[in-house]
Design a protein around this ligand. Structure first.
Ligand code: AOS
Ligand code: ZN
Ligand code: ZN
Ligand code: ZN
Length: 426
């Protein structure tokens, strides 16, 4: 399935006039306030979010999985789906692969396909939370933290293999998320588990190419429900710090206990130059992996406010690896990703509207009311015309979701792939 530029223009022509009216209205208002609208649009155009290969099929839960018609069943088809998403939104120009789910059969074919779709290879993800078919050792009781040296070695080697696969594709970072932990009190010695993990990560880090980053993801619980070795940002920070300059923490929005102040975590990690990557999703209870912005859009805005501040002020912190880490049980995954991308862009655009100098002045005067007003005024601005404009001038759809439906994309995919295709991976 290919979307032609003329198809996008056709669907855009339906909303062009009303878009132009709302854009002009907003641009005038912002210009009058002294906002550089062109600058803002340039920043929005530049912002690209990686799509994980596992987000294109129905995820399911431990109770079952309801497959979705026309799901991609190979890496090629996953790339094609991201290509469609990117043509419509102009924001999804990268894929994040999961090894071993996505090992390319032929590297050149995959690279050429990605190239033709204008998709880059973002972070590669290792997997030591499942046993692989031919592997000798089991991760049932942990991987990099395991008390058995043979298991740890196998997990270290897997991560090195993942780096080598990523090198062939042009990736520049490895994301490590560990399920390691314990299910019951007394099962693990916390110190031994942490020490083993640290030593294992250092062995992987030694093999990391000079222009690569290692991103260490944390999560408080699940699948282990008593303790998790890398449970929080502090643990991830300690491990990254111990590994070296090219190791960083990775924040997944769903990996915090309820009511955690994620924006503060983001802020301090950036101050220390140790925030490396981001997994977007939303959460009501735990690692719910819901559509970005569907539950707590104001929290997302506050997080972006810190990200924008950090990107301007914490020059020691590297460019961040942005990824959506969501899972879809009942929605069409592509539609869900369109909604997530929109929510990310919206929060980013609103954060860009915050006048940081004015905020600093209000903070210095301890004018608490003014501080809150500055943030809320930015948040209450309907920035959608800005996002639409950024997409439109990049050649994307003014309204991607509408275009996706008008162009009957899912129906076309079902025709091509059949009704009962099954996504590989999760
Ligand atoms: C797991 O909870 C983490 O969010 C991972 O980042 C990711 O979802 C996993 O590696 C995908 O299998
Ligand atoms: Zn994640
Ligand atoms: Zn997760
Ligand atoms: Zn998640």
């Amino acid at each position: 399935m290919k979307i032609k530029q003329s198809h996008i223009q056709d669907t855009n022509s339906k909303s062009l006039q009303s878009h132009e009216e709302s854009f002009d209205f907003l641009a005038d208002k912002l210009n009058n306030k002294g906002v550089n609208v062109n600058n803002l649009i340039a920043k929005l155009k530049e912002f690209q979010v990686a799509i994980p290969s596992w987000a294109l099929g129905a995820g399911g839960t431990r109770f079952g999985r309801f497959s979705f018609y026309g799901e991609p069943s190979s890496l090629e088809q996953k790339l094609e789906d991201i290509g469609l998403l990117n043509i419509l939104t102009q924001t999804a120009g990268a894929i994040s692969l999961h090894i071993p789910w996505d090992i390319p059969e032929d590297y050149n074919t995959i690279k050429e396909l990605a190239n033709s779709l204008d998709i880059k290879f973002d972070a590669v993800n290792s997997n030591t939370f499942q046993d692989q078919k031919k592997s000798k050792e089991s991760y049932k009781y942990g991987s990099l933290s395991n008390t058995s040296e043979a298991v740890r070695q196998q997990a270290i080697q897997h991560n090195i293999d993942v780096i080598n696969i990523g090198k062939k594709l042009g990736s520049k970072s490895l994301t490590v998320w560990l399920a390691d932990g314990s299910c019951f009190p007394g099962q693990n010695n916390f110190q031994t588990a942490f020490q083993n993990t640290q030593d294992s990560l250092k062995s992987i880090y030694k093999e990391l190419p000079n222009d690569w980053k290692m991103l260490i993801e944390y999560k408080p619980f699940e699948p282990n429900f008593y303790s998790t070795v890398i449970q929080d940002w502090g643990t991830s920070f300690m491990l990254a710090d111990e590994c070296g300059d090219r190791a960083f923490s990775l924040v997944d929005l769903g990996h915090h206990l309820p009511n955690s102040n994620i924006e503060q975590i983001v802020s301090i990690l950036m101050l220390k130059g140790k925030l490396g990557g981001f997994h977007f999703n939303d959460s009501k209870y735990g690692d719910d992996d819901l559509t970005v912005g569907c539950i707590k859009p104001y929290a997302l805005f506050l997080i972006f406010n810190e990200l924008v501040y950090g990107m301007e002020n914490n020059t020691r912190n590297p460019d961040l690896a942005w990824m959506i880490d969501a899972s879809h049980n009942i929605k069409d995954p592509i539609e869900d990703l369109i909604q997530s991308l929109e929510a990310i862009q919206e929060a980013y655009a609103k954060a860009l509207l915050v006048d940081q100098n004015e905020l600093k002045m209000a903070q210095n005067k301890n004018d608490v009311v003014a501080c809150q007003e500055i943030l809320q005024n930015a948040y209450r601005t309907d920035v959608r015309p800005l996002i639409q404009q950024a997409r439109f001038i990049s050649g994307g759809a003014i309204n991607p979701l509408q275009a996706y439906r008008l162009l009957n994309i899912r129906e076309e995919l079902i025709k091509e792939r059949g009704r009962h295709s099954v996504a590989t991976g999760l």
